[in-house]
Design a protein around this ligand. Structure first.
Ligand code: FE2
Length: 353
């Protein structure tokens, strides 16, 4: 049975109110606001009736209900003296925030009952709307998380496809991931001030797989040309850096995440060089992230040892010399030191595919 709270200290009034509602409701009478506020959690009333002849208690009750977030969900019906509603000078005594409606004492039981039931119906409507809204927001959150999980799975699979794609030169991507990881572990040992955590190294290694993904948007015949590129063709081919970054930027929901920011940085900047001679932005020195510098160096080391339509594969020592002598553009002293330190491990990793 639904509960109605009555705040009052007049036994006669309390008895009358009880007689109006007791058939269909459990009427719980309280003589103070404090007592009533303590009982809300246990009894969950659907309506509160307060007697304005207890002005301080009524105000304390309304303030307490607001604090407990019960206002405006639980309706409050205020009982005022007969004729008080017509006297405008008394209006501020009962037009209080949190009061849903007023009625005069003495009252007509049928009219009071009707007004109370209307308020209780509104209370249930409001409850249902609130519950529906809560359900919807929980559902939206679930859907968002689900979409995020699906997109991450698609991207993970995409990496695997990229790793095995002939278009991306077979094992090139897999070699990249393994060699970048090894190189950065060695770099971290030499230069711990760079702040490379194990997770960051793993993220960069993962992101390195995407470095040339922009080549998907460069004409195939240009990438597979067996002679030197013209100036115009070189310009087009170099756009793969921006294409790759833009491709990743279009991925909804996940593109703000650290990992995808890394992917974008690597796509866009893996051809930048330490002395500013690289492309597309001709960044210099520390303007190029450690991630992009490392991927640039390892990409050169791996690519040189792989066959291309326009040249044969370099030996490991030829590739090493080309990089350390500056033929692949300039790298920082730190990068070259880490390269020297990791060389044997890189050689072993390259040959393992
Ligand atoms: Fe590239």
């Amino acid at each position: 049975m639904n509960c109605i709270f009555v705040l009052g200290q007049n036994p006669k009034k309390n008895e009358l109110l009880d007689s109006v509602f007791k058939k269909d409701f459990s009427v719980s009478q309280k003589s103070t606001a404090a007592e009533m506020l303590e009982s809300f959690a246990d009894e969950s009333p659907v309506l509160v009736i307060a007697d304005v002849s207890l002005p301080d208690e009524t105000k304390t009750l309304l303030a307490g209900m607001k604090k407990l977030n019960l206002y405006p969900s639980v309706p409050v019906l205020l009982m005022i003296p007969s004729g008080a509603a017509e006297a405008s000078e008394n209006a501020e005594d009962f037009l209080l925030p949190g009061v849903s409606d007023i009625f005069e004492f003495p009252f007509n039981p049928a009219v009071l009952r009707l007004r109370a039931e209307n308020l209780i119906s509104e209370y249930y409507c409001r409850k249902n709307i609130e519950a529906e809204a809560l359900k919807k927001s929980k559902y939206d959150m679930l859907l968002k998380n689900e979409k995020l999980a699906v997109l991450e799975t698609v991207l993970d699979n995409f990496v695997e496809v990229a790793v095995n794609s002939e278009f991306l030169v077979g094992t090139h991507a897999a070699r990249m991931r393994k060699c970048v990881r090894i190189f950065l572990q060695e770099y971290d040992e030499l230069f711990p001030e760079a702040g490379l955590t194990a997770q960051k190294i793993e993220d960069i290694a993962y992101a390195s797989v995407f470095h040339d993904i922009g080549k998907l948007l460069v004409p195939k015949e240009l990438l597979q040309k067996d002679s030197a590129l013209t100036e115009a063709e070189t310009t087009t081919a170099r756009q793969h850096t921006a294409f790759g970054a833009n491709l990743l930027r279009g991925v909804p929901l996940v593109h703000q995440k650290t990992l995808y920011k890394l992917c974008q940085d690597i796509c866009r900047h893996h051809h930048e060089r330490f002395n500013g001679d690289g492309y597309p932005e001709m960044l210099k020195g520390g303007e190029i992230s450690v991630a992009a510098q490392a991927v640039g160096l390892i990409e050169a080391y791996i690519a040189l040892q792989e066959m291309r339509p326009y040249r044969k594969a370099f030996s490991e020592s030829e590739a090493y010399d080309a990089i350390t002598s500056g033929k692949c553009g300039s790298f920082s002293e730190k990068m070259l030191k880490a390269f020297e330190k990791s060389r044997s491990l890189l050689e072993e990793a390259f040959s393992s595919f």
